[in-house]
Design a protein around this ligand. Structure first.
Ligand SMILES: Nc1nc2c(ncn2[C@@H]2O[C@H](COP(=O)(O)OP(=O)(O)OP(=O)(O)O)[C@@H](O)[C@H]2O)c(=O)[nH]1
Ligand SMILES: [Mg+2]
Length: 320
């Protein structure tokens, strides 16, 4: 289609308005977005993807802002995708982030976009990764995903990132909470932000103890903890050094492609799930579901049987 060809060419020339348009198309999730992504795919794979996650208010946006300024000073272009798992609207989150990121948001080499994910059927990781692919094709060197680690979203982010940063603060018990929330598993680098506050060293020590409990083979990545004060910039250079060490580690151990392959596999499976689900749920089967609910409610048939019947109906239809 002419329109897609045009958009694609503008994206390849790093046109930020075209990137923005493309991400809106992805958010709407129609067939145009699929066509666009197919046409861009041969141009992606160069960008390095960093996930930033952690509890609400830990300083993720402030850190992202600082990291972005340093990458810009190295001449690298940075795309930022803020994923808000709680709000169906992006307005509020974006506004907050804009305030904290105002130093970078007017820069032509920086692209910032908020994506709301609540209610987008299983598509969070998929749509954020699609958006990142667009930024990648548009020659952004670094892509940063920011999301609050409160549920599923941080796992999606970890799956989308080459290096995942888990941001914690010295508040008592925070690291224990993080362990419970499954953040320990996904962190390649831990950031103890707000280290200007009392208790930072003790928090680092207790985090270290927790991390040593993680199962590890001798050759595995040694997960570092970096102390930062995001609003003053302390520790950010060290953080960037650690990110680049992790990147080299992945390359050296041939893990880079392996990791990306693994992510690709997850992604294809997710797409298959989404496509199949969209195919299955037409009016007819919605009605079949409605018709079975009362029976299921009375305990006459189990939800598994209802589901199997619907799938059976679908299979029958496609083989006819
Ligand atoms: N004292 C201190 N305050 C900080 C530090 N880093 C960030 N802050 C402040 O903490 C508040 C929250 O920072 P944000 O960067 O918005 O945190 P966030 O993790 O992005 O927050 P959400 O996206 O809402 O989860 C802001 O008022 C920051 O100025 C720090 O190192 N020390
Ligand atoms: Mg934030």
């Amino acid at each position: 289609m002419e329109r897609i060809e045009n958009l694609k060419n503008r994206i390849l020339k790093s046109d930020k308005r075209a990137v923005s348009r493309a991400i809106s198309i992805i958010e709407n999730g129609n067939s145009v977005s699929e066509e666009l992504l197919n046409s861009l795919y041969s141009n992606i794979g160069k960008a390095y993807r960093i996930g930033v996650t952690g509890p609400p208010g830990a300083g993720k946006s402030t850190l992202t802002n600082q990291m972005t300024q340093r990458y810009r000073a190295q001449g690298l272009k940075v795309g930022i995708i803020a994923v808000d798992p709680t709000s169906p609207f992006t307005g509020g989150a974006l506004l907050g982030d804009r305030v904290r990121m105002n130093q970078v948001s007017n820069d032509d080499g920086v692209f910032i976009r908020s994506m709301a994910t609540r209610g987008s059927l299983g598509g969070l990781s998929n749509k954020t990764v699609d958006a990142a692919d667009v930024l990648d094709a548009a020659n952004f060197d670094i892509i940063i995903f920011e999301t609050v680690g409160v549920g599923q979203s941080e796992l999606d982010i970890a799956n989308a990132a080459d290096t995942t940063l888990v941001v914690l603060v010295p508040e008592s018990g925070d690291s224990v909470q993080a362990m419970k929330a499954g953040l320990m598993e996904i962190g390649d680098i831990f950031v103890m932000n707000k280290s200007d506050r009392p208790g930072a060293d003790a928090a680092v020590t207790s985090l270290k103890t927790i991390l040593t409990m993680k199962e590890k083979k001798p050759d595995d990545w040694e997960t570092p903890i970096v102390k930062t004060v995001a609003n003053s910039g302390d520790g950010i250079d060290e953080l960037l050094n650690n990110i680049s060490t992790h990147r080299q580690f992945l390359k050296l151990k041939n893990l880079f492609d392996e990791k990306r392959k693994e992510k690709l596999k997850t992604r294809v499976k997710e797409i298959i799930g989404l496509v199949l689900s969209a195919e299955i749920w037409n009016d007819k089967r919605e009605q079949q579901l409605e018709a079975s609910l009362n029976q299921a409610l009375k305990g006459e048939i189990s939800p598994y049987v209802v589901a199997k019947n619907i799938i059976f109906n679908y299979k029958k239809e496609i083989t006819e």
